[in-house]
Ligand binder design. Structure first.
Ligand code: PMP
Length: 285
């Protein structure tokens, strides 16, 4: 991703893609002090852009990373990148991190907090799983307790659990992993939330120790508009046996049906397909 044409917004200005570099003693690289957003632009407009900018600032607050920009300034930065790149349909990555400077220990209050925004084309996150249903492994790593780390932040440090889980899943021929939480309840995938269908009702894990995704909230709204009952609750992994359909939601994943999690199988059913198609229409509207 580093060797290509284009521009990236860095600390208030556009720089050439290949020159968008940081020093090796960047605090974020050593200690994980970084928060970020993943967004998608459709037909030139970022879906729920402001919500993403607000979440970025919230993540900074949670992780004690004081981001030196307002929501409006972040919105303008994203706009500038999209305009300069000429991309209509793109994935947009905003990232804020503690930089290099006077401190190189765990504490880094004197180092500048930096920010960058990049955009690039990114197709279907799970490839043809979007039609066939994704196959998921069950991760051995758990989502941590809210007493361990601010678990509602979209923070780089929290993603090590996801990267390790996804690598293990891919090594087994799966496209992602379902993670349980610290209590053993079903939580989420490594970059997406989970929904299940049983007897015409939708069950989804209560987001009390992981990201309540913007896509998740959108899809809950779509289901409620259809008059479908959505039950947010703690779900034990054994319950997957009784669920008929399953899908993932996320900015990158959009709505992707799931065909298998561990040994449990699901049909790519009518509701999963309907929600996936309606989400496509909504983001492009
Ligand atoms: N959980 C995790 C761990 C994620 O990385 C994401 C993607 N940001 C989500 C859930 C879904 O969030 P959203 O719908 O806001 O993209």
């Amino acid at each position: 991703y580093d060797d290509r044409d284009g521009v990236i917004w860095m600390d208030g200005e556009l720089v050439n893609w290949r020159d968008a570099k940081v020093h090796i003693l960047t605090h974020g690289l050593h200690y994980g002090s970084s928060v970020f957003e993943g967004e998608r632009a459709y037909n030139g407009k970022i879906f729920k852009s402001r919500e993403h900018s607000e979440r970025l600032l919230k993540s900074g607050e949670y992780m004690d990373i004081p981001i030196p920009y307002s929501v409006d300034e972040i919105e303008a930065a994203k706009e500038e990148v999209l305009t300069a790149s000429g991309l209509q349909n793109a994935y947009v990555r905003a990232v804020c991190w503690r930089g290099s400077g006077d401190d190189m220990g765990v504490a880094s209050a004197r180092n500048p907090v930096r920010m960058a925004v990049a955009a690039w084309e990114w197709g279907a996150y799970y490839g043809d799983a979007k039609f066939k249903g994704a196959k998921l492994d069950i991760a051995k790593w758990k989502r941590p307790s809210p007493e361990t780390i601010p678990c509602f932040a979209k923070a780089a440090g929290l993603y090590m659990i996801c990267t390790m889980s996804k690598h293990a899943a891919e090594a087994k021929g799966c496209s992602d992993a379902m993670m349980l939480d610290y209590r053993g309840y079903v939580a989420e995938a490594t970059g997406a939330n989970l929904f299940f269908v049983k007897d015409g009702e939708v069950h989804t894990p209560k987001p009390d120790c992981f990201l309540n995704g913007i896509t998740r909230q959108t899809v809950v709204g779509m289901l409620q508009e259809r008059g479908v009952t959505v039950i947010e609750r703690h779900i034990m992994p054994e319950e997957l046996e009784g669920f008929e359909q399953c899908w993932l939601t996320g900015t990158a994943a959009e709505v992707t049906p799931v065909g298998q999690i561990g040994d449990y199988t699901f049909e790519v059913g009518a509701l999963a397909r309907d929600i996936a198609e309606s989400y496509e229409k909504l983001v492009r509207a």
